[in-house]
Every structure is written in structure tokens, then in C-alpha cells.
Design a protein around this ligand. Structure first.
Ligand code: RB5
Length: 149
């Protein structure tokens, strides 16, 4: 499994912890920035990761900012992205099982490192359940098509 990661300055420290955690499990990761604590704009990094995931260069993405909201709103503008902001493990597996979420968004100022790592593990280990959930995802894609120019 290959995971693309990105963050803004608010998510930098948590991203480093997540990378260390995933590498310790021999999960392949690529870090698309930001790499410093200098203030930056979260849509830049959300777009990079979202484009990599939509291009299928990576199975899943993880994006982190202060709240997780900015990166999730940004990533969800890319057709084919279903980014889910999760602050609990129930949402983390339910969004893979039901929404086939392909990006996990986390708020570094919302969840502690221990919970964040559990959320990451739960998200990566859960499987999409298909069936009626696929029908609903197809309807999300219809909305994207309706508003794409
Ligand atoms: C940066 O200060 C902060 O606005 C950002 O990390 C994020 O929380 C935005 O949604």
C-alpha cells in the first residue's frame, strides 16, 4: 500500500509522527510537503495529494492541517476525491466502508497524536463494502459531473 501525505504548517508535527508510524509498519509513504514550520497555504498541499490519489499513483492520501477542515474542503474540489475529516475511529472505518473515502483528513489541533495514529490505522485497515454504497458514490460522481465545466 502506497500512501501520499501532505500538510500545512499546522499539521507538520503530526505528519512527521504519522510518517514514522507508517514506516515502522513497512507502509510506503511519500511526503508532498510542507516541510517546514513556515506559514503556508493548505490548498497547495491538499491539491498535490489529491491529484496523486486521483491519478492512482497512491492508493490513499492523508492530509493534515490545524483543524483538518481546510485540507478536506480543498481536496474535495478535485473530482474523484472523497476526503473525510475524522476525529474518531468509528468515522474512520465507516467512511472507508460506506463512502470509499480515498483521503483521510486530520486536525492536528483537534486530536492528540495517539488518537490520530489509531484513526490512521483504522482508516487504512477498513475495506469498502460496495453494493448500495457504490450506488450512493455514483450519485456523488453525478453531482461532480453536473457542475463540471
Ligand atoms: C492555519 O493557521 C489554519 O488555518 C489551518 O491549519 C487549518 O486549520 C485550516 O483549515
Amino acid at each position: 500500500m502506497k500512501i501520499a501525505l501532505g500538510c500545512d504548517h499546522g499539521g507538520l508535527n503530526l505528519k512527521k509522527e504519522i510518517i514514522k508510524h507508517l514506516e515502522s509498519k513497512n507502509i510506503e509513504v511519500k511526503d508532498f510537503g510542507t516541510y517546514t514550520e513556515e506559514s503556508c497555504d493548505y490548498p497547495v498541499y491538499a491539491l498535490k495529494v489529491a491529484e496523486e490519489v486521483v491519478a492512482k499513483n497512491f492508493e490513499l492520501g492523508i492530509l493534515i492541517c490545524g483543524t483538518g477542515i481546510g485540507v478536506s474542503i480543498s481536496a474535495n474540489k478535485v473530482p474523484g476525491i472523497r476526503a473525510a475529516l475524522c476525529s474518531d475511529t468509528f468515522s474512520a472505518h465507516a467512511t472507508r466502508e460506506h463512502n470509499n473515502a480515498n483521503i483521510l483528513a486530520l486536525g492536528a489541533r483537534v486530536v492528540g497524536t495517539g488518537l490520530a495514529l489509531d484513526i490512521v490505522d483504522t482508516f487504512l485497515n477498513a475495506k469498502f463494502q460496495g453494493d448500495r454504497h457504490q450506488r450512493r458514490i455514483d450519485k456523488i460522481a453525478d453531482i461532480e459531473k453536473k457542475y463540471s465545466k
